[in-house]
Design a protein around this ligand. Structure first.
Ligand code: DGY
Length: 323
């Protein structure tokens, strides 16, 4: 029997690509350049499985192409707002993602951004690199103490809970969260966490606010001008979720006018094109979507996709099916 044809849209860790080569008739992307909409359509016509990632926009127009050969889309990423899920469902396509394996590394980056923002780490390093440091002095570059402060998490899924654990047990932080559904009482008890009834209540209370909700229409600009104005002037906003959860223009205004003290961002509206005003601000820490970027995690994400498509081709239900 011939091997299923699989198309991978970007370069993957070498170990996982080797596995793909041994198991499938695979088309890899050696140049690592993003595929165009036409190339993605062609992939759907010619492959049994398409393996895109979170930066590939798989729109309804692409998914509705007539004469598709593809039956499964194995997304490399836990977020799948890059795929029009309703269109995929109506086309009878199976879609999978890669949960669990990136939880800790993404929570680590959220904690890193929190610490960097609170302690002005990027600003300090820039000062050194620009050879502008004139020496220690009692009032130089004072930031905010992290230990013992209140962390508010918007969204309380796996990554938020992992961050809460690190913050509570590592830094003695008090945990608040806002989530549409009620988590298990044992999780709340373990973290001595408090559930807020509204986003507003959390924003007013927290010293640090970290975003952990999915992207998409339901959460677009959840953090807007009105809500940023509720935060404390000494508070910091951390975003490792999706860029469009925050209204960038409103955040820039908040950072310029001192409604909040700082922000730490790993994700951006319209990334990789960043609003140039962010680059002019000293009180924002910027990372290029590094949440899951460790060797261990990216290999594990690739393996997760492999497990999902292997199950599908064996006629079984893939473990991480989202459509
Ligand atoms: C995801 O998986 O959704 C992240 O944004 C990239 O790891």
């Amino acid at each position: 029997m011939s091997k299923p044809k699989v198309i991978v849209t970007r370069k993957w860790p070498i170990e996982v690509e080797a596995q793909l080569k041994s198991l499938y008739d695979v088309q890899l992307n050696e140049s690592d350049t993003p595929m165009t909409a036409d190339e993605l359509k062609h992939a759907l016509l010619t492959a049994d499985a398409l393996l895109p990632t979170v930066t590939d926009l798989i729109t309804a127009d692409i998914l509705n192409i007539e004469g598709k050969r593809t039956k499964i889309i194995g997304n490399f990423g836990v977020g799948y707002n890059n795929i029009d899920i309703n269109a995929a469902k109506s086309q009878g396509l199976v879609v999978t993602n890669t949960p669990h394996v990136l939880t800790d590394c993404t929570a680590d980056i959220a904690m890193l951004l929190l610490l960097m923002s609170a302690r002005r780490a990027s600003e300090g390093e820039r000062l050194l690199r620009n050879r502008q440091w004139t020496g220690w002095r009692p009032t130089h570059m004072l930031g905010q103490k992290v230990t013992g402060k209140t962390l508010g998490l918007i969204g309380f899924g796996r990554i938020a809970q992992a961050m809460a654990k690190k913050a509570h047990y590592g830094f003695g932080m008090k945990i608040l969260f806002y989530a549409p559904s009620q988590p298990a009482q044992s999780i709340i008890d373990d973290l001595q966490a408090t559930r807020c009834e509204t986003v507003e209540e959390l924003l007013i209370e927290a010293n640090f606010v970290s975003l952990h909700c999915p992207g998409g229409d339901a959460t677009r600009h959840l953090i807007n001008e009105q809500r940023l104005k509720l935060m404390r002037p000494s508070a910091h906003l951390i975003n490792t979720a999706r860029g469009d959860v925050v209204d960038s223009k409103a955040l820039i205004k908040a950072l310029k006018e001192g409604w909040i003290a700082g922000a730490g961002l790993d994700v951006f509206e319209g990334e990789p094109n960043i609003d140039p005003d962010f680059l002019e601000l000293d009180n924002v820490t910027l990372l290029p979507h590094l949440g899951s970027a460790t060797e261990e995690t990216r290999i594990a994400m690739g393996n997760r996709v492999l497990e999902n498509i292997a199950a599908f081709f064996a006629g079984e239900e893939p473990g991480d099916r989202v459509a």
